[in-house]
Design a protein around this ligand. Sequence first.
Ligand SMILES: C[S@@+](CC[C@H](N)C(=O)[O-])C[C@H]1O[C@@H](n2cnc3c(N)ncnc32)[C@H](O)[C@@H]1O
Length: 193
Amino acid sequence: MNYDEIYRHGAAPWEIGGPQPAFAAVLDRGVTGPKALDLGCGTGELALALARRGYEVTGVDISPVAIDLARAKAADAGVAVRFEVGDATKLPAAEFDAVFDSGLLHNLHREDEAQTAAYLTLLPTLTTPGGTVHVLGVSAAAGHGWNMTEEFLRASFAAPTWTDTRVADIEVAAIVDGQDLTMPGFLLRAVRA
Ligand SMILES: C[S@@+](CC[C@H](N)C(=O)[O-])C[C@H]1O[C@@H](n2cnc3c(N)ncnc32)[C@H](O)[C@@H]1O
C-alpha cells in the first residue's frame, strides 16, 4: 500500500478526526507510563491524545507525509510529541512503558507474512518488563480480505514473553466516501513479562 499517496490525497478511511473510540476506555483508565510509543501513528491522533494526558509520547510511521501532518497538528495544538519516520519492523530496542498499535498489525498481517513475523519479534524489545501493549485491528469477520483472528492474536502475544493477554471484541471506526462506518475488530492488551 502506498501510504504517502493515500495521505497526500486525504483519502485515508482511518482518519476519523480522533483516536479510535475503542481506545477511550484505555485512555480513561490510565496507561502504564510515563513513556508511550505509537507504532504506525499516522497523522498522530492517538499520540496527541496520549500526550494531552501527560504521557511522554513517541509516534513512528513509515510515511513521511503522515509524519509531516502529525508534526503540524502537534505544533498547532501546542502539544509536545516526538514524531519520527521509521519502519516499525526494524526499530532499535527501547524501553517504552506502553506500546500502541492502532491499525498497523492488521495491515502487516494482511499484506506480508515476513514483515508480520519481524514486527511481532520486535515488539517485546520495545516494551519494558511490566509494560503493556495495546493492539487494535479489523477482524476477519469484516470480510474484504481482512484476516486477523482472535486465535492469531492470542498466539502472537502468548507466554512466556507476554502475560495477562486479553482480547476484546470492539468496533473499528472508519470514514469512506464521507460516510461513517464501523467494522468488527479486536482490541488486545498484553503485559510484557
Ligand atoms: C491503518 S493506518 C493507521 C494509522 C493510525 N494509527 C490511526 O489509527 O489513524 C496504518 C499506518 O501504519 C503505517 N505503516 C505501515 N507500515 C508501517 C511500518 N512498517 N512501519 C511503520 N508504520 C507503518 C502507515 O503509514 C499508516 O499510517
